[in-house]
Design a binder for this molecule. Sequence first.
Ligand SMILES: [Fe+2]
Ligand SMILES: [Fe+2]
Length: 471
Amino acid sequence: MAGMALNDKIPNNVDLSTDKRLQRALEKWQPNYINWWKEMGPVGHQADSVYLRTALSVESGGWANFSHVKMPDYRWGIFLEPKTADKKIGFGDNMGKPVWDEVPGEFRNALRRLIVTQGDTEPASVEQQRALGDTAPSLYDMRNLFQVNVEEGRHLWAMVYLLHRYFGRDGREEAEDLLMRRSGDEDKPRILGAFNEPTDHWLSFFLFAMFTDRDGKYQLAALAESAFDPLARTCSFMLTEEAHHLFVGETGVGRIIERTCELMKKDPNDDARAQGGVDLPTLQKYINQWYSVCLDLFGGESSSNAADSFASGLKGRYKEKKYDDHQCMEGFKEIDFVEGGKIITKEIAMRSAMNEYLREDYITDCQRAVDRWNKIISKAGISFEIRLPSSRFNRNIGNFSDYHFDPSGKMLSDVEWEAQKASFVSSEEDEIYVLSIMKPCTEPGKIANWIAPPRRGINGQPFEYEYVKKA
Ligand SMILES: [Fe+2]
Ligand SMILES: [Fe+2]
């Protein structure tokens, strides 16, 4: 594999110093990135010392190095998984041919679009979460937030490296634009809808890390199959960092549930809200909302774009190896449509159903986490079951987007929807309530009232550890 250059201005394992032009271009982009980070990254905590892990190599065990650093001094680097000799394309029309080390002219635009779309989500999430540091429920949580933030910054670096290295002038312009768009901005919004939604409080942050980062996992995994090898190797390494983000999300929600159950038992009416907690029906509404928005990120159930990406080898399925048929020329997949006010099932060509395959794997993964949450509730002796809503519910993209459904998937008229909506998704009042309990708690070892402490700390440190030292 290429040597590790950790002391370079830009730490990397891609032999950056042997390509002076590229190195200069990226070193020019670097100060703009730092300016973006200082302007749009965590507000009010840029000078704090944060117990962060920094990627120093891609080898297992060697890539996570922990120390207290100020976020703007974080060593954002470019790391790709090492190259595998004689690697072959694993699916689509070009299956069995050698993977590409350069971008084929015919797929240049499509690949650039995939990379820009993925790259855009990374700074977007940092922007969405930038105010959360001030209401962190503990120093442990504050540190996790900042860890996620700096790693999303590194993921932006990963995509910008590909743009600079493989897409010439267009790529450099796209890399500039990635620092110009702003989450939620009317004139220059981020590309995808979910990344323009505000993440105003920690309940949303945990649900974002649980559901939206998990979408990221599936998109990255599908791109890790790509015939364009530098993209595949970049995404493989990003996935190792992504696992921590999912952990933060799932255990964050789990700890809320644990605390809610404790608070319910303290209250004569089993009312967690009366005790300052997040009651389970409210949590369910937020889950309905975040999960349904994230299902949209996979795109339409039937998609010629997805078919093209698969055919050309740009984007595969999740763990492509688990399938027997990697060509998908002949098969069909049953997909639900709405026709004449009824749900009907139609067979569509497998290649056109690639979004749906990815979404189904995502749903299975989400359900596993929900099962673990439900165990916390049943262990506490409380009868309540968290449910993922039907994939028809609250959709803005795809076959169900023109209709209303309740969380069980039953079709509703406009009037029924309006009347029942407040019981499906969070209301203004819920939002005001949740914001009202987001009291910061920054004393080492202490935690806010609405969430339970974690089972263990980070990197073998106790929960009481001073994960963030105020400047
Ligand atoms: Fe990311
Ligand atoms: Fe992430």
